[in-house]
Every structure is written in structure tokens, then in C-alpha cells.
Design a protein around this ligand. Sequence first.
Ligand code: ASP
Length: 290
Amino acid sequence: MRGLLTLKDLSCDKIIELIKYAIKLKKGFRISYPDKKIATLFFENSTRTQYSFQCALMNLGIKVIDFDTQLSSIAKGESLYDTVRTFEALGVDGVVIRHSKDRYFDELENIKIPIFNGGDGKANHPTQSLLDLMTIYEEFGKFDGLKCCIVGDISHSRVAHTNIEVMQRLGMDVYISGPEEFNDNSAKWIPFDDAISQMDVIMLLRVQFERHKEKMKMSVEEYHEKYGMTSKRVEKMKENAIIMHPAPINRGVEIADEVAECEKSRIYKQMTNGVYIRMAVISDALDGNL
Ligand code: ASP
């Protein structure tokens, strides 16, 4: 299948090539595809991913078809496959899809146009990881040997699962932390307060309440006290260490209000980088490389 479905399909060299291309685009390099049309199909809520894909498409001169799941024939029972197959038949040049089902793209194998995965259930969020990696690369100029701790609702997070796999492949030393109920052993466990002073990158996650089958065992107040990034904890971080978060952020839960925009926070830079990394991915696919 064409496009970008999971980062496992990309070699480390390819990932670094895409990051360098995104940095070039960020510095002002321009490329345009005025004859192309791409549809965005979001079956789950999204602010950043949906609109940064749309900004990326506009920056590339591509026409955007904003698919409305409520007004579409999905409401009449049409399948995801038949919906995407329809866009292909209409002459659309690619689709961006977010869906709550893990690996929804397995049922789209016969689709020939590029598919850009905007997140599938708990499994993959490839462009989020690429923008996270771009932000880390801009900060440190390398991946090898950097220590990162991903903190929070690991077991329900596609961001954690995608990042753990790719960061380890790139030579980073990856840890996880947070409430024990969210530990799925996808990386080495470390107590949160031990991680603070040792890591180059602390990546916080939102608690994924919408994916929980059972209620979280602790209150949000207790969560903030035990695992929230507070000013006191920021003071204990290494001098050059940074704080990241894929957002949406819940101020007062996983991050204190004043920390969200503190000097160590790269949260808004991650959002900006998301536009450039998505431009790089789409451009590379339309050039026939993905
Ligand atoms: N925006 C990210 C995602 O779609 C993280 C989150 O929702 O908490 O997975």
C-alpha cells in the first residue's frame, strides 16, 4: 500500500531523510502540486492532526476535500473500504484517515492511491512520531544515546506505542512511567520522580478516558500530584532537557498550567513542526517515493 500507514515500514535512513526534508521546508523551500486533490477523513475527534494535515496540503497547493462523516453515506451504512474506493474512483489523489479501529487500513489493501494514517486506535500515529522526532532532532542534532521517558496512559496511547518502537530503533534509551494500571511493559519502567532528573526528553501523555473500559483507579487530583509535570519537578530536570506532549493537554492533570508554556516546553513547536513533517510526507508520496 502507498502513503504512510505505520513507521515500522520506514527504515531509520528514510525517517532521517523525511525529517531533513521537513526542516528544509520549514526554512522556506517550496514545492507545489496544484493539480492534486486530497481528502481528509476523520472518524475520531482531532484538532491538530486534522488541521495540520489541511495546512500542509494548502501549503503544497493541493486542494483539500474535508469529508464530513456525519453527512456522508457512512451514516447509511457504507463501509470504510467503499468510502475510500469511491474517493479513488472520483479521481482523488490521496486520503488522510483517522479511525478508532487498530489497523483499520488492513481492509484497504486494494486501494491504489496513497493513504496517510492520521491515527488508528491504540496502535499507530506515524506523523505524530515523525514530528516528535523532528523536534528532538532540531533540539539535540541526534537520537543515539538520548534518554526519553514517556509518562502516563501508555497502554491506550498510539503515540507511546509508535514512539517506543521507532525511538529504540534510532538508538534512544526509552523508558515508560505513570500509574501501574497503564504499564503494558512496552519499554523499561522507571519511577516518575527518578526519571525527571535523568532524562533528556520527558514526554507526557493525556489520559485516554475515551478508550478506557474501566474507570481510572485514581482521581485526576491524585494523578497530578503523583505524575503531573509541576514547576517543582521542572526544576529537577537536566539543564538542556525538554518537555513534550502530543496534545490535547489537560492543564492541571498531566501538566501544570504554568509548565505548558515554560522555557523547557516544546509543545507548541511540536505543533508547528507537524505541518512541515506532513508536507514532507505528502510531497514524498506524490513524488512516488512512499
Ligand atoms: N492527539 C494524540 C492522538 O491522537 C494524543 C491524544 O489524543 O491524547 O493520539
